[in-house]
Design a protein around this ligand. Sequence first.
Ligand SMILES: [Zn+2]
Length: 465
Amino acid sequence: MAKKMTILLSLILVLCIGGCGGKVDLDRTGLVKLTDHVYAFIAPGPEAEDGLGANSGFVVGNEAVLIIDSRYTPGLARELLEAIRGVTGLPVKYLVNTHYHPDHTWGNSVFKEEGARILSCLKTDKLIQRYSPAYLDHYKRRAPGIYELLKDVEIVLPDSILAEDISIDLGGVLVRLECVGAAHTASDCIVSVPDEGVLFAGGLVSNGYHPNLGDPGIDLEHWLSTLERLETVGFKYIVPGQGKAGTADLLGEQKVYITKLKERCRKAIGEGVSLDRATEEIMVPGAELYEQQNLLAFNIQAIYRSEALDVVRPPFRFLAPQRYILSDGAGDTLSGFIRWIRESSNGRYEIEVKWQPTIRSEIIAQDLRDLLAEHLVSNKDLKMEIEGSKRIWIEDMNAHALYGEWRYAGGLGSPSGSWEWIMGKKEESLFTMRLSVSGGRSKEENLGGIEVLERLITTIKFGSE
Ligand SMILES: [Zn+2]
């Protein structure tokens, strides 16, 4: 009797996933049945043990199952697999990685063992390869609890890279994989089940979470135009990359978040608001209670960095040094940078000057260090070392410099050189100068090149407009 009761109860449970009476309960987390063949698996919250809020989902055909995103850890991936097994015993034939971020790909190993073929769009495999090992190492060191969570993560790359959009037949149920190109990352994939009106939006949509707008490969304009295009399709349900499932309204809401934040940042840059103040004061209306509030400051920083040059006219003009070719941009336009190039038998010397308004040089210096440190661990071919930092006086300006060496790991004779970043503040604008020497044949030559550049930079004259 007790056994019969249990069977009956589990039957009711299975039938009622997502809500009884045929109505889908979009307020649920965990397993949500959206339509006849489509299930969302909604993360319960933003914590690391919940998978940082990243969702998954799966589509069940008459012959096979396709999974969308593998969650943050093998443990969480196994939880997803169990949920699938509660619905169907059919083989998991495919797993799609919508983008390279760890919370969507670090459960890959579990489904690989299940025999799934892992699919992604172009570049996603390269991005996993480039960033995941360094991220994994970095996160594991953060806290003992995180180490425990991540200790059995295996970086597993996609098996098949899609060069174009495809449809997959799971036996009577068609799933469409679309490579949208750069949006939330340098390569994003969206998955839909057209006959049932469901879209798995991957990183392109978050619901009740701040989206991450700071990926190096991001393309905000293309992200917005893709959302606009998807709005015209008429999807019934959207499964966001993070947050609860919803209707097609989520597409418009995401568009508003990005547009509003960008507008507010551009306005603040134009008014000379410092990045510090901007991160404290700027808010997106309606996002006050969103999960992952820490991402807001990160997003503001990212937009400041990308928009500053476009918004602000430089307050000074550079006089091009002799014997250098002015190759791009101009000091009195909105383009925001000047580049001088000089080629000689000793190599190619390059000076690039960028200006930005009122962003503290310390922040940029930290950004540079982070950028280089990341480069150092994530790129096996290129070795960059930070040797130190120093102060340089240029006219009346006290500038900071970071410098070091770079070389390609090809042994003797492979390209190498020295690099140097200089940043300083003048008339409330911060500007940075990137100096590089490439193709030098020996360390002495490279150092000679750097000396030439250093002499040159200290004699640059700034002419006021
Ligand atoms: Zn993401």
